[in-house]
Design a protein around this ligand. Sequence first.
Ligand code: AMP
Ligand code: MG
Length: 486
Amino acid sequence: MILLFLLFIFISHVQTFLHFNNNTYIEQLPSTYFYSFIQPKPVPEPYLITINEELMSLLSISMIDRRQMAEYLSGNKLLSGSQPAAMIYAGHQFGYFTSQLGDGRAVLLGQLNQWAFHAKGTGPTQYARGGDGRAVLRSSIREYLASEAMFNLGIETTRALSLVGSVMLPVRREAIETAAIVVRIAPIVAFIRMGTFELFSTRGQYDQVQQLADFVIKNMYGKTLTNKNRYNLLLIDIAQRTGNLVAYWQAYGFTHGVLNTDNMNVIGSTIDYGPFGFVETKLQGYVPNHSDDESRYAFDQQPTIAAWNLAKLRLALNSLIDLPKPITEQYEFWLHFNRTYDKLMRKKLGLTYYMQSDKWLYEEIIRLLDLYHIDYTRFWRQLADDIIPIEIQKQHWYSVYKQRLASEGSYAKKIRRERMNRINPKYILRNYMAHVAIGKAQKGDFNELDRLLHLLRHPYDEQPDMNDYAQVSPEWAKKIIISCSS
Ligand code: AMP
Ligand code: MG
């Protein structure tokens, strides 16, 4: 009787916590080509560091005992309905093609409705290429913080559900660190990378290119298309989504750090946070990734790189696009990038209606901010209060801007301030902030991590007791080195 009761408690825990009810990737695509089934390799003594309660309630996932959750979210125990699989892909890395990559240390755990759960750091897979299959606490905290920060800024991104640590599992990077696992959540199509198409096209597996394209169409639009030009439409749509995404990155100063074709997806959301950074006092040539010697992925290069990646995607889709006059992905990308960037920058300036000359206003201010090493985020936030750095006040730019504001007529100053404060965040994730939280977390203190998560959930709000985080980074932050190691 007691045993039965315990069994009932056990089963109800598993069911109430999370039950995967969907597995479109595995059901609609064969493992022969697209993925490998893999059991996550257990970690010793996993413990739940943080869980995204907002996301849990959005997905109707209920809380259970934290130890149990850590077991499931580390992959140590499998959730019901889970069929863990590692996805295969290829990609251009730093300009050079690698013919086969894949989830070397991550698994697709399963899907809940349209949401795919992807755990990173669950042990080596068939695609590990000699890697240990693990992720360290340091990079996992960065991924968790960044994806939540980006989401709350309003930028398309995968989200983080949970962070689980395993102190007992040493992981060798430059130094010995400890292991962690982040579970990311996004629509399944967010895990299809531009490089997934490249894998099949470069192998001459054109049927699989088509299967994958049809899978993306079905799952991105919720319906099957049969028209002849559907693959051209898909390419155009991906180009538009990518254009919009990169426009947001540029407007907010986000620098991804490793824009390889395997780190850009087809849904147009930010994925695979590694050595990212938000610009501060340097814009042109800002490179967060210490290992990027040639500055390939510098902040100002991102639009060009995204267009380059889309050209690779077009090559990968070429076998499917048999039209006399296909619309080019380059045209669509730049059109949407420019349009969205223009819209965002004019909003940042507090302008409501369009004037062609506004482009000069934001291009010139960016040049000046860079020239005088003025903090990007602080400048925009303070602009609404007419707090202008002295170097800028002396510029022709300032008088043109004031005239342009005056031309907006009766539009009240107070309304403008509120609008500007909804697009110019007060708080962003500066590298030093993550660095401090990581240092404490490595000693077992997660208070700073929690504090940052709370802060970055409301980046546009005044948070009076958090003012320190709205200041420029301290001098010592210049010594922080962010490399690819993760
Ligand atoms: P990333 O730089 O995290 O985007 O990783 C690039 C590729 O290397 C992906 O295919 C990863 O799955 C793989 N990878 C990175 N780190 C590891 C690791 N420690 N073990 C196995 N594969 C890894
Ligand atoms: Mg990657």
